[in-house]
Ligand binder design. Structure first.
Ligand code: PLP
Length: 393
């Protein structure tokens, strides 16, 4: 399992057909955060069963979806939200859009002030900026082995803010936040009455013996009970079902109803036909498969960190506690983003450039290790060789 190389050329794949095609037929891709692994058999079965009759009409969300979401949270993360607090959104990005362009501007009478740690997942920030919000980016301190939160500037940004976009575990650095860091977030949010959206899409990638992901809602029942915390869960990364578009937005009270209203305004009711059966199968039958997947990802992360550190000793390679991503500060080798482009073209290996996560991150890149180990090794060898060849010119 997780050893087979599966070609995705010609599948309308963003990662391959859009972003790697220019690199040629033998390109490898470590870019977009979906996986090169076939999903859990129970999920594929649910989709083919749903396909069998050949009728793909309008759908609705029922309690079985909400129960599956709760069951997964309870078994995997020790959190038991009420099913009535679970809301369906196709994508987490759309939930952020609903908040920033509809719910908060209506409540405040002005565009919201939004805080995020930097670097951050680009498409969510794009939505925030397009909604006309004031975006306050707080750069993580990247000097040690582990990126850390600069407490003073974080606190300053939170004062009089309306929304914190929190990402847990953190993309792109793979940080799994400690209980103390979660306490800091909860305390600032409560002190300054800031709404928190915790984007926990990477929550299920637990590495053995590493810091454990904790839902902010369980760490701070006070914040959860206040109705000022939105927890976002998704099978998209964990089960490689991002293209099916399903997420569970979990929030107490009035805000849930407001998000449902905004969803209708955005025309987002009636999920994709396959989204609900696939998600229910994933969250009720996928535990064992995910346990095995986490072992494969853990081994691949070890390979990636060791190889990058050995081949590019002057780079700073973050060995993550969570996610399937590795964030690399390769500035000693890549003085400009043009050099990264050249290295990618020479290696025929796509990566996510640092600038996708903030314009100051030229010379950084992020790789995705969710692919068969031998393909990962080939890709890393080609990439490191190309970077070294260019940097010694
Ligand atoms: C942190 C983070 N949030 C959200 C998403 C996208 O989620 P969705 O497709 O549900 O909008 C991604 C995808 O890479 C991500 O890394």
């Amino acid at each position: 399992m997780f050893d087979e190389s599966i070609s995705r050329w010609g599948t309308h794949s963003a990662k391959w057909d859009l972003l790697a095609a220019h690199l040629g037929e033998d390109a490898l891709s470590l870019s977009v955060a979906d996986m090169e692994f076939a999903t859990c058999p129970a999920v594929s079965r649910a989709i083919s069963d749903a396909c069998a009759a050949g009728i793909f009409g309008y759908t609705e969300v029922f309690d079985d979806f909400r129960q599956a979401a709760r069951g997964w949270q309870e078994r995997r993360h020790g959190w038991r939200p009420e099913t009535s607090d679970v809301h369906f959104f196709p994508r987490i990005v759309q939930c952020v859009s609903a908040l920033c362009s509809i719910v908060l501007p209506e409540a405040l009478g002005r565009p919201p002030r939004v805080v995020t740690l930097d670097p951050a997942y680009g498409p969510i920030l794009e939505v925030v900026e397009r909604a006309g919000c004031e975006l306050r980016r707080v750069p993580l301190t990247l000097s040690g082995d582990t990126p850390s939160i600069p407490e003073a500037s974080f606190a300053a940004a939170m004062r009089d803010a309306d929304l914190l976009l929190w990402c847990s575990p953190h993309n792109p650095t793979g940080r799994v936040w400690t209980p103390e860091e979660l306490d800091l977030v909860a305390s600032l949010a409560l002190t300054y009455d800031v709404l928190v959206l915790s984007d926990d899409i990477h929550a299920d990638f637990q590495r053995p013996g590493r810091g454990r992901y904790i839902p902010l809602a369980t760490r701070s029942p006070q914040l959860w009970d206040s109705g000022r915390l939105i927890q976002c869960a998704s099978p998209g990364k964990t089960f490689n079902t991002a293209g099916l578009e399903a997420s569970a937005i979990i929030v107490r009270g009035q805000l849930g109803a407001q998000l449902e209203e905004a969803k209708r305004l955005m025309g987002l009711h009636n999920p994709n036909f396959f989204a609900i059966p696939a998600t229910i199968a994933a969250w009720s039958k996928g535990d064992e498969w995910v346990d095995r997947l986490c072992q494969r990802i853990d081994a691949n992360l070890d390979v990636a960190a060791a190889r990058l550190r050995a081949r590019l000793p002057r780079a700073r390679v973050i060995d993550p506690d969570g996610t399937f991503l590795v964030w690399v500060d390769a500035r000693p080798y890549l003085g400009s983003s043009a050099l990264l482009d050249q290295a990618v073209a020479r290696a025929r290996v796509a990566v996510s450039p640092g600038e996708d996560f903030g314009k100051e991150y030229g010379g950084f890149f992020r790789i995705n290790v969710a692919l068969p180990e031998r393909d990962l090794e080939r890709a890393l060898d080609r990439l490191c060789q190309a970077i070294l060849a260019l940097s010694t010119h």
